[in-house]
Write a new protein. Sequence first.
Length: 134
Amino acid sequence: TAAGATTGREALQLSREAKSLAGMLRDLDRASKQMTADSRRALLASLSKAQASLADRAAAVLTQTATATRMAGVTAPKPEDFRRVADLLAQDRVIAALTELERLAQATEHVAEAFEKWAAERGDIKLEVYRVRK
């Protein structure tokens, strides 16, 4: 019948449109994933560059404060520890980079606290003599 044929054509048209929409959705999903991956790579490269700059500054500060660090009796992080974070970011190893950054933040905070304590105690002659003898 004519009504059956019309209904069949409409169903076929609906099927084609649904397939077309599914294809567009797959394309959108693929493009979105690629855009996300590209954005992530760009952001990680930028963060790696910023960390490399921080590593250069850290190396300079650590070199300048090496004697004071020893006199304060603390162990400062090594410059290569800061560079390692930049390398981890460049390799997209975000969790490892975060872990290392947290460790470096704690270590440098410990050094800063030791310097503050050392500066506050500088007027105490007995402590100064003790430090020099160490």
